[in-house]
Design a protein around this ligand. Structure first.
Ligand code: NAG
Ligand code: NAG
Ligand code: NAG
Ligand code: NAG
Ligand code: NAG
Ligand code: NAG
Ligand code: NAG
Ligand code: NAG
Length: 702
């Protein structure tokens, strides 16, 4: 019975990831076409201009020209991305403070976990991510609107009388799209959370409303009074952007980056706010489902699965599970609570269910957007909803919420898919998030209480083009973990020093959960030390801290926080146990690829093949779970005839992946091989070969 459950869950997860991969694959497909051209382009520093399906089609090229026409300085050419370094060369991979914000990546010498620092050149960013550029969302017909609490009146510029769609069905995560019924009259306006107004078929405007309810405020107040009589409200906002790594946030959000790293240290914000960037956060895996239960429930995915027992998302088991949810925790302490999710894809319902037990849920709007605007959160197309990007409405709703309940303690969890990275839609978030941050901080600068605003991601996303570059591993596995808080609260908690310290320490998802519980007590004269220690016992790990209260230990390791080795950014290349039977298979295949490589690349007519070989050094670096292809880098040196030493690098992953991802290096230049090991078909491709003592590009054995 138990096994059955586990199997069902595994099958469900597999199906889920298949659908997910299928969706992403569509988006990524177009990227593979650039591969060959790119290699030509970077080998001699200029692109092949006559290649029709080349980089020049890329929407990213400045001025729509091929990058061949932008001149490359000699240093850029040296740094070019074909130099696929599987290990770090200290020259190429230094951290650039410009790329990653003002935070210097300096770790305490005693720190066990020090992820390698890395950066990307502009050309590499363009190549690896290949983002589309998006414009402002536009509509044909403009309007004038008069919006009040009780009425909304729209005048269309084309003289048409607008048709309206509005809906008051219960807000539920997941589920079917909402088909609009257009009407001349607005029905039930004061209770609706959104209105769509149509001036013409291409000009449909959206308006969203957080509806203040006095009873919600009163009930929260009653619960709050059980803990304290405090009148200064605290607002805690958890803004989660799905799939946005820390690096990607900095790369894709220039306005937000400047705001966080510069403006917050200047007037008018510097007196009241601090910004923290936790640069050494770790993830259990690069999927929403692995991360969010840890952040929201303080539980691992398998713990939640054990409670849910494969129930359908409408099951009451989900409501039981939500007793552990962070929004429930805040609610009990007298906070008004809100959850918003811009999604038509059912990720959160997998562990949260459909009904969310908070005061305000906002999510149906995007299901209407699917029908009205073709909104889809795994679509490369820009996700406009009228003249706004659809994610704008999450910010709009949240802004209303914090103003409507300005006198109450309140908690908001906003989970946005707007930054799904592969398409470049993430870039459209920059201006709206910037404006949200500015207006929110301005609001809290005007005596509206205390603020803790966390901007997190669940994980980074895997980009096929980065498959052969270890920087891709670090970029994917280090999530964005930003926090803004007001200084008065920081001072009262005596948190500044410990927060600054923890920015560099190996941070776990459970720490974030505990930190939220810790600050939740701030309006109630703080969480008592003995209760804090009691809370710690609820976690599946013994090493958990609140980032506001305690320094994370220097010795902390991935296994202390349930981060598996394949996801661990603390590790280095490790020794291959060369006499193992699987390892022998790997090595033999690599030698055979090295032979082919020499044959293809030999720089003189009378070069010999490898005749004898002996391993001198064999290292590997795992970057993915088996479920995701078990990608592993190998770095092997072996001595051949005449005491020559060859260093070869290769990547191995499950065979089915090689066709799906379209991310292989051109096999004419970099031979590959399929082989069978541990009941799995694996694919190995060589990516680099060097003969010690020879000049760098002299590939020849005498
Ligand atoms: C590079 O370009 C040349 C000439 O256009 C072409 O023949 C060759 O196949 C290209 N090489 C790769 C690796 O794409
Ligand atoms: C794009 O074109 C403008 C105007 O011709 C020029 O000033 C700018 O340098 C160009 N940018 C690039 C990256 O080529
Ligand atoms: C990457 O780091 C190196 C060394 O610190 C620096 O010279 C280079 O400008 C950085 N590259 C980018 C794109 O910031
Ligand atoms: C709130 O104030 C009242 C009156 O001063 C007092 O009786 C009560 O104990 C206080 N409540 C808490 C939780 O401190
Ligand atoms: C942020 O700082 C820049 C440079 O000092 C300034 O021009 C800009 O107005 C500031 N933005 C805000 C919202 O204060
Ligand atoms: C809620 O907030 C919005 C935005 O500030 C405002 O327009 C609206 O009137 C508020 N509702 C109530 C009932 O105060
Ligand atoms: C912000 O800082 C100023 C200057 O220190 C202070 O007067 C003001 O009260 C602060 N605002 C809040 C909301 O703390
Ligand atoms: C994970 O890595 C550590 C350090 O390299 C090693 O000691 C441990 O055995 C590994 N765990 C597993 C399950 O492979």
């Amino acid at each position: 019975m138990k096994l059955e459950v586990i199997v069902t869950v595994i099958v469900a997860l597999c199906l889920y990831s298949l659908v997910y991969i299928a969706y992403n694959y569509n988006i990524k497909e177009s990227q593979s076409a650039y591969e060959d051209n790119f290699l030509n382009y970077s080998n001699d520093g200029s692109a092949v201009k006559d290649d029709s399906n080349s980089y020049s089609d890329s929407k990213n090229s400045p001025n729509g020209s091929s990058p061949g026409s932008t001149s490359l300085s000699s240093s850029e050419t040296q740094n070019n991305p074909t130099d696929i370094s599987l290990i770090f060369s200290s020259e190429n991979h230094k951290f650039s403070s410009d790329e990653y914000g003002a935070l210097p990546w300096t770790f305490s010498p005693d720190l066990h976990c020090k992820p390698k620092s890395f950066n990307f050149t502009d050309i590499e960013i363009q190549y690896f991510w290949n983002y589309k550029n998006y414009d402002k969302c536009k509509v044909d017909v403009l309007y004038e609107a008069e919006v009040t609490q009780s009425t909304i009146s729209i005048k269309c510029d084309n003289g048409a009388s607008p048709e309206y769609f509005t809906d008051t069905r219960p807000e539920r995560l997941g589920g079917l799209k909402i088909i609009p019924k257009w009407q001349k009259e607005l029905k039930d306006y004061p209770n609706t959370q959104y209105v769509m107004a149509k001036c013409s078929s291409n000009s449909i405007y959206s308006f969203v409303f957080n509806r203040y309810k006095k009873n919600i405020e009163d009930n929260a107040k009653t619960r709050s009074l059980k803990y304290s009589n405090s009148t200064r409200p605290l607002t805690v906002i958890l803004l989660v952007f799905d799939s946005v790594s820390r690096g990607n946030a900095y790369r894709s959000w220039p306005k937000v980056k400047d705001f966080l790293t510069k403006n917050i240290t200047q007037k008018p914000f510097s007196e009241n706010f601090s910004f923290y960037d936790f640069a050494n956060a770790a993830i259990p895996d690069m999927h929403t489902l692995d991360n969010m239960p840890q952040i929201l429930y303080g539980m691992t995915l398998s713990q939640t699965e054990a409670i849910l027992k494969s129930s359908v998302p409408t099951s009451s088991k989900f409501l039981d599970l939500q007793k552990k949810a962070i929004w429930k925790f805040f609610s009990e302490l007298g906070y008004v609570t809100m959850v918003a999710h811009d999604d038509v894809f059912d990720y959160l319902p997998k562990f949260a269910g459909k009904e969310i037990l908070v005061d305000h849920v906002f999510t149906n709007f995007w299901k209407a957007c699917l029908a009205v605007y073709g909104f889809h959160n795994h679509n490369a197309k820009q996700r406009c909803a009228g003249d706004k990007d659809s994610h704008y409405f999450s910010f709009d709703y949240t802004s209303q919420f914090i103003r409507n309940y300005s006198k109450s303690n309140k908690f908001a969890y906003v989970h946005s898919n707007a930054g799904h990275e592969t398409s470049g839609n993430i870039k459209t978030v920059d201006k709206d998030l910037y404006e949200f941050l500015v207006s929110t901080l301005e609001f809290y600068n005007k005596n509206n209480g205390d603020l803790v605003l966390m901007i997190l991601s669940d994980h980074g996303i895997y980009f096929p083009r980065l498959q052969y570059d270890i920087r891709g591993f670090y970029d994917t596995r280090i999530p964005m973990t930003f926090m803004i808080m007001n200084k008065e609260m920081e001072k009262n908690l005596k948190a500044k020093e410990v927060l600054e310290y923890n920015q560099y320490q190996l941070l776990s998802r459970f720490d974030i959960n505990l930190a939220l519980k810790d600050v939740a007590y701030y309006p109630h004269k703080n969480l008592a030390e003995e209760d804090y220690e009691k809370f710690k016992k609820d976690y599946p790990v013994s090493d958990v801290v609140s980032i506001f209260r305690e320094k994370i230990k220097n010795e902390r390791k991935c296994e202390d926080i349930k981060v598996p080795n394949f996801s661990c950014t603390c590790k280095n290349f490790e020794e291959v146990f060369i006499s193992g039977s699987n390892e022998k298979i790997i090595i033999e295949n690599l030698i055979s690829l090295a032979k082919q490589y020499i044959e293809i690349h030999k720089t003189s007519g009378d070069c010999k093949s490898i005749e004898t070989w002996k391993i001198k050094k064999a290292l590997k670096f795992e970057t993915m779970s088996l479920k995701d292809g078990r990608d592993t880098f190998y770095d092997i040196s072996f001595e051949v005839q005449n005491n020559k030493v060859i260093n070869a690098k290769a990547i191995v992953y499950t065979d089915e992946k090689k066709n799906k991802e379209g991310s292989k290096l051109p096999t004419k230049t970099y031979p590959g091989i399929v082989f069978y090991m541990e009941k799995t078909n694996l694919y190995m491709q060589i990516s680099h070969l060097e003969i010690e003592g020879n000049n760098k590009d002299e590939i020849c054995l005498e």
